[in-house]
Design a protein around this ligand. Structure first.
Ligand code: AP5
Ligand code: MG
Length: 243
């Protein structure tokens, strides 16, 4: 065998190995506070693919005072959903980044059937696109409320804490950055109830949509963070190799 044939063969086999091992697009679905962001950060460490959180991207736009941020701020403050056209466009721009080539974790998107249809069409139009895996995380209502009202975030490294269940070593201070922790403006009981209403009316049908398509798993989110992450990895592995 000539050296060029042998090089091509080894490149083909490394591409084949890559497509066998690349996680592809992973959708994390679930109600507000269920642990999508927490799990996305665990999966980033395990798979070295980016977390794409539409909530985080929108909050960054609000903080920067962009046109999108100015529109989104009031909608988010009420616990309602930002219009599909704006969110889809924001996701489309993010998916053009080269770090998404091996896959990405979509955290909080799609959240309406319109967003799901847009994403499905986009993925099916891509040549050699990696198959999508959707994971729905389940936690009961009272636990969600506790998670939302107890959540604190580091404004520097975005680490997520909970004053009741996952507190920092020093009260109010990030373990990693030493920065003062902040509470999200929408993490009140009142706005949480509205977010739950939006979830039930608009996002629960998205879960049903991906359940019907297959390549779908449900995981119990009321367990230790690492145990849930291991469950998501196992489900993704199983579904990736499914017909
Ligand atoms: P977004 O930021 O996505 O909010 P959300 O869906 O309400 O979800 P959260 O971020 O509140 O919860 P999470 O599931 O990430 O939980 P976390 O890991 O932090 O969206 C905000 C707003 O933006 C929306 O209301 C909407 O207006 C807009 N928006 C965003 N995306 C949109 C879209 N696609 N379309 C339209 N509008 C959109 O964990 C929560 C707490 O629980 C933390 O304190 C954590 O420490 C704790 N915790 C997590 N896991 C565990 C565990 N296993 N055990 C104990 N504690 C745990
Ligand atoms: Mg989140």
């Amino acid at each position: 065998m000539s050296s060029s044939v042998s090089t091509e063969t080894s490149m083909e086999s490394s591409r084949a190995t890559e497509s066998n091992t690349a996680p592809g697009p992973i959708l994390l679905l679930g109600a507000p506070g269920v642990g999508k962001g927490t799990q996305a950060k665990e999966l980033v460490k395990l798979w070295s693919i980016p977390q794409i959180s539409t909530g985080d991207l929108l909050r960054a736009n609000v903080a920067e005072g962009t046109k999108l941020g100015r529109v989104a701020k009031e909608i988010m403050g009420r616990g309602e959903l930002v219009p599909d056209s704006l969110v889809n466009e924001m996701v489309a721009v993010r998916l053009l980044e080269p770090d998404t080539a091996r896959g990405y974790i979509l955290d909080g998107f799609p959240r309406t059937l319109g967003q799901a249809t847009w994403l499905d069409a986009r993925l099916s139009a891509q040549i050699e696109s990696l198959p999508l895996v959707a994971v729905s995380i389940q936690v009961n209502y009272n636990q969600l409320l506790r998670r939302i009202t107890g959540r604190r975030n580091c404004p520097v490294c975005q680490t997520i804490y909970n004053v009741y269940m996952n507190p920092p070593k020093r009260e109010g201070i990030c373990d990693v950055e030493g920065a003062a922790l902040i509470q999200r403006a929408d993490d009140t009981e009142e706005v949480f109830k509205e977010r739950m209403r939006a979830y039930t009316a608009l996002t629960a049908p998205v879960v049903d949509h991906y359940r019907a398509l297959g390549r779908f798993a449900e995981v119990d989110g009321d367990r230790p963070i690492a145990v849930i992450a291991a469950g998501i990895v196992a489900a993704a592995e199983r579904l990736r190799h499914a017909a």
